[in-house]
Design a protein around this ligand. Structure first.
Ligand code: PLP
Length: 474
């Protein structure tokens, strides 16, 4: 072996750098959690690009590279990180990710990932039981909620009567009914599947930004008259912008009556199945034909890992099967251990071990504690917002997603939109907090997702103080 390659695979160098990186990350975790550093050092994309284009490690130790990367990244473990729905991963699960990356078991077939494959079945079976599916349920893990939604909807498409799209391609107009507030990944999945814009039937939301389920019937009839065969309804648990949960029982009732597929996009909120306090928000989820739950949102795993669950075991094999073969195979014992038969991925990370490591080290109850803590924080922030005159809550939060805006008397709607956008930009560039923004009924709102159990009431007060300061022009 040439010298350079020997160096690449040298165990001693790995060990040395490995220890240094663990020290570095430990220090980073302490600094971030104790708020000794800002959430991020904002840089324009072009200056970030210039930096990395011109970066050279040179004679510096290898760990310097990782130090620079950390310094120039957003710090999710910081209690003032309150933006997008990505969790501060449990360190044990991050180490599991390292093990996955290191072992690099491909997972497509059993022999390419024996342990991770069996562990995948164990953790999927646990979630299947938690959502209330019983022994007929099954599922698998895939890379992200976006891919999860596509995979589940492809399984639904296999069920469309008198058609074999897998074999013959799309011959009819097929559609899916979905809340106007659904995540864009649902829209994307339907377009990827060839349904086009007309195949995406948006059900208007009511005041609380959830699907107006009483409109399902009329929208269904309209679609039928337009020559569209509605194959499924998608419920949001919760929707992304506002964090509000659709009425799953009502959707389930409708789907049962019309004999169409019911999919629940619980990418964000599905973790609440672990919580005695909040699982009522998911009432009816056990009647869904398929469900998607992200581990990297509410279940403390590093990105990405997503559970795709099916009420009927056979359907978890449906997505990539030839239809006839899949119908025939119904009675056979499927090869649960050859994962690539069921997932979009061929080579797949050993995602199951991230979740399993948390489960083994801390027990199931830690998932409930995390969900309870974060959803409670959402309520606490709402209380604080209502106590302040210059703030307006968009709506009473049901989860850890809270939307609100800064208001001022005698300023137009457009003026307030500008002001809130400016507030958000200033916060971003300053880097002390990280929050995002969203538009609801053409009004700009500041949007926070409380993802970090280390965030406390003091952090929330400081955020509101900061917004007030910027809003007042100080
Ligand atoms: C985050 C999210 C998704 C997308 O999941 P990824 O894992 O980011 O691909 C889909 N739907 C909802 C409701 C989400 O919150």
């Amino acid at each position: 072996m040439v010298e350079k390659l020997k160096q690449v695979y040298d165990p001693e160098s790995f060990k040395q750098l490995g220890y240094e990186i663990i020290d570095l990350l430990t220090h980073h975790l302490e600094e971030a959690q104790n708020e000794h550093i800002p959430v991020m050092n904002w840089q324009e994309p072009s200056s970030q690009l210039d930096f990395w284009k011109n970066y050279a490690l040179g004679d510096k130790p290898a760990v310097s590279l990782f130090k620079e990367i950390i310094g120039k990244s957003i710090h999710i473990h910081h209690p003032k990180y309150m933006g997008h729905q990505v969790c501060p991963p449990a360190p044990v699960a991050a180490l599991a990710s390292l093990v996955s990356a290191f072992l690099n078991n491909g997972m497509a077939i059993y022999e390419m990932g024996g342990a991770a494959t069996a562990i995948e079945k164990v953790v999927v079976d646990l979630i299947v039981q938690k959502v209330g599916y019983g022994i007929r349920g099954d599922g698998f893990i895939t890379s992200g909620g976006t891919l999860g939604n596509l995979t589940a909807l492809l399984a639904a498409r296999q069920q469309v009567k008198n058609s074999n799209i897998w074999e013959n391609g799309l011959q009819d107009n097929i559609g899916v009914m979905v809340s106007a507030e659904a995540h864009y990944s649902v829209d994307r999945a339907l377009r990827v599947m060839g349904f086009g814009a007309k195949g995406i039937i948006r059900i208007p939301v009511g005041k609380n930004f959830t699907m107006q389920t009483q409109l399902l019937e009329a929208c269904y009839e309209n679609a039928k008259q337009d020559g569209i065969r509605v194959m499924a309804v998608v419920g949001c648990s919760p929707s992304t912008s506002t964090g509000m949960f659709d009425d799953l029982e009502a959707i389930a009732g409708f789907c049962k009556k019309e004999k169409i597929w019911f999919h629940v996009d619980a990418a964000h909120g599905g973790g609440a199945v672990f919580s005695e306090k909040y699982k009522h928000l998911l009432k009816g989820i056990d009647q869904a034909d398929s469900i998607v739950i992200d581990g990297h949102k509410m279940l403390m795993t590093p990105g990405i890992m997503t559970f795709v669950l099916f009420k009927e075991k056979n359907n978890s094999y449906a997505t990539f099967n030839q239809k006839a073969q899949y119908l025939l195979a119904k009675t056979k014992d499927e090869e649960w251990y050859n994962m690539a038969r069921r997932t979009m991925e061929c080579t797949k990370l050993m995602m199951s071990i991230k979740f399993y490591s948390i489960l083994q080290c801390y027990g199931e109850e830690v998932f409930a504690q995390s969900v309870d803590c974060l959803f409670d924080l959402g309520k606490e922030l709402a209380v604080k917002i209502k106590q302040r005159q210059n703030f307006e809550l968009a709506l009473e939060p049901q989860s850890n997603i809270v939307c609100f805006r800064y208001i001022k008397p005698a300023v137009s709607a457009a003026g307030l939109n500008r002001l809130n956008s400016e507030i958000r930009n200033e916060i971003l560039e300053k880097g002390e907090f990280y929050i995002v923004q969203t538009a609801l009924n053409d009004l700009v709102y500041l949007r926070t997702t409380l993802m970090n159990p280390q965030t406390d009431g003091g952090d929330l007060e400081e955020l509101l103080d900061e917004i007030e300061r910027i809003g007042n022009g100080n």
